[in-house]
Design a protein. Structure first.
Length: 341
């Protein structure tokens, strides 16, 4: 089955072709970072308008790269949520229109399920079951994953997610958008000079909280005004160490409590070099395995949507693969609501 994947949940337009026999054939991505940089964050209306301009040219691009035509497509997967309403509507309406024109089945994919399964696109994918750390822009969650659609929430963020904390801290330090990568780059020049809290590090659960850490950074920034470059770097270093220590300890606790020995890390924060170093060392000490998607698939992309959609469409009995092209988007959508295909 050849599946076209369409991702448009926020500020990146991703299109991909995934074949259930041959694997990922091609993918293309357009990032809107440069467009939103002047505003210090994503402007939803601008994001939606840009998706309209990019989706069809990118679709043709991936078809040409894979030497395929629209007639070769057997199904279409699209991000149904969560995300920005307008951006989701663009991708969903384009995907459903194509599916209707081609008379092929379509399926709405949960954006976080796409992230969760992205490591399975690699040549040596992790086997079920595993513990997953999902750290994207607005989410910090630990899940037990027993199969497609078999997800048990182990821990969640009580306020700011790790990605949000990175972006807000970057803004406090006067860095540009997007904040996470800019802060990580600055931290490379930092030293162990300050001490920031590790919220919920010793809690008796697997939940996270990062709003207090952000507030501690604000206090530190105000105390050392005006900030020189080294002070900025030292604060960035300590902030990154705090987040890394929290995420690493919670992951190792989750592995211990579930009795599993395989960890999967996905989402934009999963690309952070320091976090990967820490998790690699911790899992090695405990004789556990850790898997990541390649860097280009940590952030939003069409490949993860094509893959997740293909897995679900391929598992459906023919009677369930109905050609129903009505649709609705789900800007808020709990991953725990998903069922097995």
């Amino acid at each position: 089955m050849l599946v076209l994947g369409v991702e448009s949940s926020c500020d990146e337009t991703g299109i991909a072709l995934y074949d259930t026999q041959q694997g990922l054939l091609s993918h293309a991505l357009h990032s809107q970072v440069a467009m939103h940089a002047d505003f210090g964050g994503v402007v939803p209306e601008l994001a939606s308008r840009d998706h309209i301009q990019r989706a069809l040219p990118l679709t043709q691009q991936v078809l040409d790269h894979a030497n395929k035509t629209l007639a070769d497509i057997d199904g279409i997967a699209y991000t149904q949520g969560p995300g920005l309403s307008g951006a989701l509507l663009v991708g969903t309406s384009i995907a459903q229109s194509l599916a209707f024109a081609l008379q092929v089945p379509s399926i709405g994919v949960h954006h976080l399920e796409g992230h969760l399964l992205a490591p399975l696109l690699e040549d040596n994918p992790p086997a079920f079951p595993f513990v997953a750390l999902l750290v994207s822009g607005g989410h910090s969650q630990l899940m037990r994953v027993d199969g497609i659609g078999q997800y048990e929430l182990l821990g969640d963020t009580l306020d700011d997610a790790a990605g949000e904390a990175f972006d807000k801290t970057a803004k406090l330090l006067g860095l540009g958008y997007p904040g996470g990568p800019a802060l990580a780059k600055l931290a490379e020049k930092g030293q162990a000079r300050f001490t920031l809290p590790r919220p919920m590090l010793h809690s008796k659960d697997l939940n996270f909280s990062f709003s207090g850490l952000k507030t501690a950074v604000l206090t530190l920034v105000n105390k050392h005004q005006p900030l020189d470059q080294q002070t900025q770097a030292d604060i960035a270093w300590e902030f990154q160490e705090s987040v890394t220590e929290i995420l690493t300890k919670k992951c190792m606790t989750a592995l211990r409590e579930t009795g599993l020995d395989s960890l999967v890390v996905s989402g934009g924060v999963g690309a952070n070099t320091r976090l990967r170093e820490s998790l690699n060392a911790a899992t090695k000490r405990k004789l556990c395995n850790v898997s990541y998607p390649r860097l280009e698939f940590c952030t939003d992309n069409g490949a993860m949507i094509a893959f997740a959609g293909a897995m679900r469409l391929d598992a459906m009995p023919d009677s369930q693969a109905a050609l129903d092209y009505s649709f609705q988007v789900r800007p808020r959508w709990d991953l725990a609501e998903l069922k097995q295909p």
